[in-house]
Design a protein around this ligand. Structure first.
Ligand code: B1M
Length: 214
């Protein structure tokens, strides 16, 4: 069987050790890490999402798949992240308040780190004021927010409103991402950028940092 298809299937089966093994095999076969991520790991999670939506599987199955996804991400992480690079800028990231989905946010963090950015990861369920206070304290140039639920995406606007209230919206740029958000939503709430995936997020953050240095 195609090794990428096998990764996707083992994610769906939620077997952490197997996902790690097959991901190692894909790396040894010199398949580019981004291809392993997109066509293996993310493909598996997307199918899990569809099956959950169709009530073919239940929440514990989704949780097992998420853990298996992390096992594969751990194998790929060193291939994306190079240590001891000079910092290209500081970025505070997190999943917004009320939202526990952190796989996409963590992928964005890995890719940004790999591109040389210093990442302060606040985790998930992050209160609006925590994003702003941390960015101020750490002198960060960008706040990156992730949301996976239609019920939590509004929290992104709270962060942006907070920044505006403190007159920081010009100095600290914002980028949003996650399945329910879009370019149009970013414009609507006044975010500076929308990243549709982790690679695109890196491109957006590079542009935002360049703007803050002008
Ligand atoms: Co939940 N869940 N979940 N879930 N879950 C979704 C999001 C859902 C769409 C499933 C469905 O019904 N089809 C649905 C949301 C419906 C809606 O709001 N419209 C849903 C629901 C309903 C729920 C619960 C409410 C279920 C319940 O309890 N009844 C509950 C909520 C808990 C909470 O947060 N308060 C819940 C719980 C969970 C688990 C804990 C079991 C688990 C999360 C585990 C974890 O993250 N550690 C989970 C999972 C895994 C999913 C699905 C299946 C997969 C999400 C994922 O990780 N995808 C998801 C279905 C789906 O999205 N298809 C679903 C892979 C990941 C790489 O993609 O996160 O989209 P994604 O990130 C992408 C891009 O979006 C982008 O780049 C990433 C890489 O390409 N991106 C950014 C993300 N953040 C970015 C930030 C950026 C830029 C780009 O800049 C800063």
């Amino acid at each position: 069987m195609d090794v990428l298809k096998e990764i996707s299937q083992q994610i769906q089966a939620g077997v952490q050790e197997k996902v790690a093994d097959v991901t190692h095999r894909a790396v040894e076969a010199h398949i580019p890490p981004k291809e392993i991520l997109d066509k293996g790991l993310i493909d598996g999670m997307n199918i899990i999402g569809e099956k959950y939506k169709a009530h073919e599987i239940f929440l514990p199955d989704v949780l097992l798949a998420a853990k298996a996804m992390y096992a594969g991400m751990e194998v790929l992480r060193p291939l994306f992240v190079k240590e001891d690079m000079p910092s290209a800028g500081k970025v505070v990231i997190g999943t917004v308040q009320g939202d526990l989905h952190d796989i996409g946010k963590n992928l964005v963090g890995i890719m940004l780190k790999g591109a040389g950015f210093e990442i302060i990861d606040l985790g998930n369920d992050v209160a609006p004021q925590e994003f702003v206070e941390t960015a101020k304290k750490e002198n960060a140039s960008v706040i990156g927010m992730s949301a996976l639920l239609t019920t939590t995406m509004q929290a992104m606007k709270c962060v942006i409103d907070h920044l505006k209230k403190e007159g920081l919206d010009g100095r600290i740029k914002t980028i949003i991402g996650g399945a329910p958000v879009s370019e149009a939503y970013a414009r609507e709430i006044g975010a500076d950028a929308y990243g549709y995936d982790s690679t695109n997020a890196v491109e957006c953050v590079k542009k935002l940092i360049a703007e803050t240095r002008r």
